[in-house]
Design a protein around this ligand. Structure first.
Ligand code: AHG
Ligand code: MN
Ligand code: MN
Ligand code: MN
Length: 282
């Protein structure tokens, strides 16, 4: 299989898993009684989605390793790309029946890897309908997924020029002063949209333009979100859609990968807004 065939097979495997993931959610809202490598409580739904995606992606020719936010170590499955997955992003939204996602990054390198080693990345959004945004070869395609089958909704997704929404994670008193000052500045022009699942909040930015961040916090200078499983893949999608990503000083894709579960502050959105943010954080 060529690299392009493998990427298409990975996209199809993730799309094909979505009906089973959605079907498994109602009965798995409870906590699993275990913690993930980031020290966060897992839901039974997190474990279920992780097992299912490991099986489906591990079976794809050309996938050499599977790694997940929910697993300490990488799983070797042969030769080929390293696939890094956040099986359920925003799983704390399950109980209040809010949106969640699945994130996948396809790296042509051993993990932990730089975002520059991504050959493709995408995310599924479990909303009123199931959609997937998938970036490959410099552009982003949005798919509707029905019964595990993707059909193209938008063949070339780009951020709108006029941004309208923003969403910043963490607690306001825990924001460093420069982050708080930046939010004060943008909130006069943008509408607050923060739902607590990165993928739901980022998809609003991709659709309406604006900025999403899980910033550096006074209590957690590295922020909350994981470089390999959340920030690199979603940063890659936003950059392929004509936007910018940042860790506060430069593209998230240039953050030095030192550990599989390392966290990084992340800011994503329209170029002008991210340029302004980096100036504000100097
Ligand atoms: P996950 O459910 O995969 O652990 O991710 C949750 C993350 C991310 O989706 C979201 O942006 C962030 O946690 C929300 O954090 P807060 O609850 O602190 O707002
Ligand atoms: Mn989690
Ligand atoms: Mn997540
Ligand atoms: Mn998750």
């Amino acid at each position: 299989m060529t690299g392009t065939d493998t990427v298409a097979a990975i996209r199809a495997a993730v799309a094909g898993a979505t009906p089973d993931i959605r079907a498994g959610l109602p009965g798995r809202r409870e906590q699993a009684g275990t913690e993930n490598p980031s020290g966060e409580r897992r839901l039974a739904a997190d474990e279920y989605a992780d097992e299912l995606l490991a099986e489906r992606l591990g079976a794809v020719d050309g996938v050499g390793t599977y790694a997940s936010e929910e697993r300490e170590a990488v799983v070797d499955t042969g030769e080929g790309y390293a696939v890094a997955v956040d099986p359920l992003d925003g799983s704390s939204n399950l109980k209040p029946n809010n949106v969640m996602g699945t994130i996948v990054g396809v790296y042509d390198a051993d993990l932990p890897a730089s975002g520059r080693d991504l050959v493709a990345a995408g995310y599924v959004l479990y909303g009123p309908i199931t959609t997937m945004a998938f970036a490959h070869e410099g552009s982003v395609t949005e798919y509707l997924i029905e019964n595990g089958e993707p059909t193209v909704l938008n063949g070339d997704v780009t951020l709108p020029d006029d941004p309208t929404v923003y969403g910043f994670g963490g607690r306001v008193p825990d924001w460093p002063a420069d982050v708080a000052a930046y939010v004060d500045e943008v909130e006069s022009a943008l509408k607050l949209r923060y739902g607590g699942a990165m993928i739901g909040d980022v998809n609003q930015v991709l659709t309406y333009g604006g900025v999403f961040a899980y910033p550096a916090l006074q209590s957690a200078p590295e922020g909350k979100l994981r470089l390999q499983f959340e920030c690199n893949p979603v940063g890659y999608v936003i950059e392929c859609a004509g936007g910018r990503s940042s860790d506060g000083s430069g593209s998230v894709l240039d953050v030095d990968p030192t550990a599989l579960h390392q966290r990084t502050p992340v800011y994503l959105g329209n170029e002008g807004l991210i340029d302004r943010l980096e100036a504000a954080l100097d």
